[in-house]
Design a protein around this ligand. Sequence first.
Ligand code: AMP
Ligand code: MG
Length: 419
Amino acid sequence: MTVPPLKNNCFAMPAGVEWTPVDDALKQIKNGLHPVVGQESITLEIAAGRILAASVTAKRNNPPMANSAVDGYGFCYNDLPDKEIINLPLQAGVSAAGKPFAGQVNAGSALRILTGAIIPDGVDTVVLEEDVVIAGASIAFRSGLRKGANLRRAAEDVAVGQNIFEAGHVLRPQDLALLAATAVHKVTVYKRLKVAVISTGTELVKVGDAARDDQIFDANKPMLLNMIRAWGFDAVDGGHFMDDPDLIRDGFNKAAQNADAIFVSGGASAGDEDYVSKLLKEEGALHTWRVAVKPGRPIAMALWGGVPTFGFPGNPVAAFVCALIFGLPALKTLAGQAVLDVQSFQVPAVFQKSKKAGRREYLRARLDANGHAQVFKSEGSGRISGLTWSDGLVELPDAAAEIAVGDMVRYIPYAFFGI
Ligand code: AMP
Ligand code: MG
């Protein structure tokens, strides 16, 4: 009998097994998935957070006509006398927002004009009220204005027919202002993606229920449900199942009927009780398994009854990181949302770390008062308090790395993941 030497490293890669690099797994997600939801037309009032299903072009110029940027007096620049102090007779009337001046402003005269008012015929420049003194029926101001000062030209912001948004864009409140200004009152968006969340593990109990000492509360369910909602998708509780293939199969079947995608945590390794990976391999179409990432390791991407199913590790820390790195881009793709590169900062490290080659690593991190990255004191995957201590992740590249204090590292705030 040969007894193997102690590895004493639970993240050592098993020999002879193919490990998919993170970038390859992400490529597979991007290329292998496509939007699975329908479309609907909605009004702007309820459109924030929704994903455009088609590009949008402006239906009107913004602004539609030239108008004044200030309260002041309008005149024709070329009629100004060549003097240091300029006096202009004030013509009767006013141009106000929503109440344009109907007539023509006479050559060499000025007209009272208010912010947002249409620039009347005969005016191409506006002087600010504060720069003017009124003397009887005329105004006086110093020379030095530029021709066209203090007015907004028609279409200077956006021209009719201009493309303003691409399909896949998630509408933000400020986007709705531009749509309204350009006369787009309805948008075609994707229907909300619905994601079922399943927990597996005989040791799990729903928080709030009584637990024996040998049982643990299901921490992944509330976390994953709420991550999905924070990303703008609908989340449904797909239940909790013991490590029993018949129960988990039933759970998958039900979830596949109710949802557009499935998140399942636990049971994704190759252990005796790991029925998630077994079921997905034998009865679902398993695409990728074993991604070279820490924390993580067993991640399953499969189809169950045609429904994209993502199996995450049971460890809450690993489940969290894998949901951010793989689950989020996958759901975005299924929902019709553009998957943009994750934004990050390069910041100096205030920690040391020696990292082996062959897998990407994510450290729970936050910035200190100087904007430098600190990491949580333990990399243990069961340390849920490290998730709440941290505000983001430091991503270390696939290659080996020796990080010394002061070295620049890639820091991704959780906010950049939408949570
Ligand atoms: P597994 O991936 O099923 O091998 O689980 C790995 C570790 O995570 C074990 O210690 C489990 O007890 C724990 N675990 C699995 N699922 C959950 C969960 N939903 N909440 C908290 N811990 C879990
Ligand atoms: Mg388990």
